[in-house]
Design a protein around this ligand. Sequence first.
Ligand code: OTU
Length: 616
Amino acid sequence: MDGQKQMNAEDEYTARLAVHRDKLHACLYSLYGRHADFENWFAQLLRQAGHRHAQRSAALRALDARRQAAPDWFAHERMLGYCAYVDRFAGDLQGLAQRIDYLRELGVRHLHLLPFLKMRAQDNDGGFAVSSFEAVEPSLGSMADLEALTAALREADISLCADFVLNHVADDHPWAQAARSGDAQHRAFFHLFDDQAQCAQYERHLNQVFPHSAPGNFTYVTALGAWVWTTFYPYQWDLNYANPQVFAAMADALLQLANRGIEVFRLDSAPFLWKRLGSSCQNLPEVHVLLKALRGLIELVAPGCLLLAEAIVPSQELPPYFGAGDECHLAYHSSLMAAGWAALAQERSDILREVMASTPTLPMPASWLCYVRCHDDIGWQVLANDYRRMGSGSHELHAVSAFYNGRDPRSYAQGAAFQSDDPKAAHGSNGMSASLLGFERARDAQDTELALRRLLLLYGLAFSFGGLPVIYMGDELAQTNDSADSAQARAAADGRWLQRPVLDSTRLAQRHDAQQPSGRSYQALRELIQLRAALPELAANAPRQLLRSQEPALLAFERDASLRVLANFSSRPLPLSSLRAELNMPASDWHLLWRAQAAASDEALLPWEMLWMQRR
Ligand code: OTU
């Protein structure tokens, strides 16, 4: 549309429909075509989408146009994410607006706020039990606050990312309430079974996500007179996407939120959307048809928005979530995240090399979401195949898990095991990065220095791998585990609360004080963020190549033939001159751009140190 006057809204919609209608029809026909009234349903879906498009504000339509003119905007080296709970970071949505300057100072361009829509009263899985897609959680603010916030963030060049919890709703969502009161139309929104034997048949092939705090995948609800599918907590009722009404209702919820100014949708628990007896009911092909249809509707109504797949599966299983560039724009690289921690625990980089070597190439424009910690546990199981390919067994996973979960006396980590349904499996790990990296247990300045190097090692990897790196709130200040009594009580039921503290205002105030661990961490990370933002070699779609080395603790890779990352995952110093020789990096060709330990001697790559080198 360059150079031309912006089309009027109606023409714009008609033009987009001409491009996307047939594909959308084909997708949805493959799922719902057997319904007699499919064509009417589809026509109604398009009318509804047209209506949402007509409601989209001029400001958001202008944003759509800008994004369409630069479709790889989110792969840029300047892109940096931050992830936080609204209440823990800023009290409420209005308080959040007051934190924008802080986010700008850090260099943030993408803000993932954990669930803030109206949530179930009482237990709600940190807001992942949504009671309404059309209202904000009252203790956090109102829809007007949300719109004011998205406008302010847009002004500051920060995209708001929100969870779109599409696998389930809370048991007090109006759909669940209607089902409970016997409404047949809404009963059909859920997977209900009269007979427990039917559940047992499915159960044979299913995993359990919360085997201790929420065992099993089905819950008997007296008011329903039936068993309801509940993959997660018993109060989170899985939606039945075999019902076209569910798809239409959820698609409309998504488009309405897009019109509030949300730019990125984190598609929570995406693998679980479709069920088939005899399967694990994860990652089924129909899931991708559903996601492609959602993408099609986004292209029609809000093409500036992005879809982020939250599928915590090995990276080799993620390409289907990107489709041929017609599904999600982003996906979590949880293999990379877990492998970084595993390499640290083992003081060997082979698992990381394996994960990097087997990371699939993505259709453009698309990008990995690179992270170090998040609000969930670190699941080690995602690495099982990688270790298997390396010829080693599950003992490796166990060793890593023990290292972080307080069962290895040599460990500096202060973490805790997450629940697992298999007592013999390697349990996931909970804990804030700083606690897992040794800040909490540090006895002296030297220990803290080493912990800081480890923090820079893992974040340095996330910043240089090639993706959208996301900082988990508090990590930039080396904030440790939540030790409040209330947190302890919550963590007893669900250990993930260990890594969900309230932002420490003392640390925040000390962030420019180089005498404090928080200040040292903040300054070092910020320096690295600023450096990265000026290096096009680190854009998500610039080529990446692993470098071979005989040194088991070394990870070395190159970006765009001109930037090299060298990282020492061990507690031993590595002689730099021999590494330079091995990697063919004479000082005449490669100069030091950044190293974690300023003013260190250039004879050694220090324990846990990372270097960035650039070709002269
Ligand atoms: C997601 O997580 C969220 O990130 C969790 O916070 C929620 O509890 C959950 O969905 C339910 O809404 O299944 O697809 O091991 O990694 O629950 C990934 C724990 C998920 C999480 C897992 C997860």
